[in-house]
Design a protein around this ligand. Structure first.
Ligand code: BG6
Length: 500
């Protein structure tokens, strides 16, 4: 891999120390970083190189003192104080980068990572451009942009337009950390490396598709941001629709960034819009209210710090929608996400059609006689196929059993963190697992009318659900002829109740 410098804007913030630096350390431990590689932290706080290194150790697996590897890794890090919003400051940054290049022998191959508040996403590229730091003439220059990519369709379009006036699309890497998850990438392999799934992956055999991303945590000190976002924009517009893209896409011709992203785009273009008059039938939103979990009182969302006490922001949303394509015509997709639910679980469940005729008696635990293929994103990463088995003994009674694979079974194989995978891909110039501008806009087109109704005042109900439950009961009503699954943290267990 080419020698390069990673410039992290917003380096004194949480993302750098919680995610980016630990991910880079993970790469370093696996010997995946280029031999010549430097990280330059940039932000407004006045820090020395040493202060910055010390801050960045907080989420590393061991302390500097106890691990010589960490100390060696930290020597790659340095820091530069910059009034990020002021164009006049960028000449200094340019000179500093030239000096860093000269001192380390790294050519001007540079990745800029925007780990700043979104208000700077347009400003920083403009300032970089003004001092000719965007051009890829001597070495490559790439830009990584964090979520949220816009707060609505028009701001996402504006942001794309602005970024594209300084960088080419192939220089822009829009992060969606769900695409960095090993289990999410494995969806492509499950579908396209096996001969048994793809022939039945369509409307002829699939009854419905269910996607859940549940969190047991609440807003955890991010109330100020979250209250202006809500579950629909925070999770569905990005992570959940990306999962839909991978589950629903056609096989790409080759495994290359544009081939795969073209197929994802087609899925988004085929999403049937949910019109305002259908919303109450297809969408349920909820907000957690105070309750008691395992004997401890838990506050409601409106009592969280930074949240408006009269807030109508959803902390839970469930949607039913259709993809108008030859593969999926008429197959309902159900997705739900929420905070303060009973478990942290993300999974995709393919529910296959029932056999055309019931021949046997079903045990009570055979909750459904749809075969289910469960692709677990996290935790207890793995895959389960649920099918009916004859209960041993007299007669023909059927119970549901599992055939399961857990990544743990692979022994000491390492599941890379999402940020490690994505940083590595960007360093290698591979944009396959990054969202392309047109797909982001298309996802917003689907979300916008729903978001408009949410914002339009009081005409759409928002249901309270006690923290620690599976969201408002009304969410049951949008699923036809089936029920939501109630997953547990252990992949093989399910049912309404499980250990929290
Ligand atoms: C982030 C959202 O993008 O994803 C958070 O802003 C959410 O609100 C997080 O908690 C969930 O990510 P993960 O990887 O824990 O499922």
């Amino acid at each position: 891999m080419e020698s390069q410098i990673l410039v992290i804007f917003g380096a004194s913030g949480d993302l750098a120390k919680r995610k980016l630096i630990p991910a880079l350390y993970e790469l370093s431990q696996q010997d995946l970083l280029p031999e010549k590689f430097a990280v330059l932290g940039v932000s407004r706080s006045a820090l020395s190189d040493e202060d910055f290194r010390e801050r960045m150790t907080e989420f590393l697996p061991e302390s500097r003192e106890s691990s010589p590897d960490i100390e060696t890794f930290l020597q790659r890090l340095s820091y530069f104080t910059l009034q990020t919003g002021e164009a006049a400051e960028y000449e200094r940054l340019k000179r500093h980068l030239e000096e860093l290049s000269a001192a380390t022998g790294i050519p001007p191959n540079t990745i800029y990572y925007l780990a700043t508040p979104p208000s700077l996403y347009e400003v920083i590229p403009r300032c970089l451009n003004a001092v000719r730091l965007c051009h890829s003439d001597e070495g490559f220059r790439r830009l990584i942009v964090e979520k949220p990519f816009g707060t609505d369709l028009s701001s996402a379009q504006d942001l794309n337009r602005n970024l594209l006036s300084y960088f080419r699309e192939d220089q822009i890497y829009r992060i969606d950390h769900y695409l960095g998850k090993e289990t999410v990438q494995n969806m492509l392999v499950t579908r396209f490396a096996n001969g048994i799934f793809e022939p039945i992956w369509n409307l002829n055999f699939i009854h419905h598709v269910e996607i859940t991303s549940a969190e047991s945590l609440g807003v955890e000190g991010r109330g100020g941001y979250y209250d202006h976002s809500g579950a629909l924009r925070d999770m569905v517009q990005s992570h959940l629709l990306q999962l839909v893209g991978l589950v629903a896409m056609e096989p790409p011709v080759v495994v290359e960034a544009d081939a795969i992203r073209n197929e994802v785009l087609k899925v988004f273009q085929s999403l049937r819009p949910i019109t305002p008059d259908q919303i109450t039938k297809h969408v349920v939103r909820g907000q957690y209210i105070a309750s008691t979990i395992k004997g401890d009182p838990v506050k409601g969302y409106r009592d969280e710090e930074g949240v408006n006490p009269l807030s109508r922001t959803e902390t839970f949303v469930a949607l039913k929608f259709f993809i108008d394509s030859w593969r999926w015509g008429g197959v309902p997709f159900y997705i739900r996400t929420g905070k303060k639910l009973p478990a942290r679980v993300a999974e995709v469940v393919i529910h296959f059609k029932r056999p055309p005729r019931h021949l046997f008696q079903y045990e009570e635990n055979a909750l459904t006689n749809y075969n289910q293929l469960i692709l677990r994103v996290q935790p207890d990463e793995g895959i389960v196929l649920k099918f009916g088995l004859k209960v041993p003994g007299p007669g023909f009674r059927v119970q549901t059993v599992n055939m399961d694979f857990h990544y743990d079974d692979l022994g000491n194989s390492h599941l890379p963190s999402a940020y490690a995978r994505l940083l590595l891909d960007c360093m290698q110039g591979d944009a396959t697992l990054f969202a392309r501008g047109d797909a982001v806009e298309e996802a917003w087109k689907f979300i916008q009318p729903i978001s408009d109704v949410f914002a339009s005042g009081l005409d759409m109900p928002i249901y309270g659900y006690p923290a620690g439950t599976w969201g408002p009961e009304e969410a049951e009503g949008i699923v036809d002829d089936a029920n939501w699954r109630y997953p547990c943290k252990n992949l093989s267990n399910d049912g309404t109740y499980c250990e929290l």
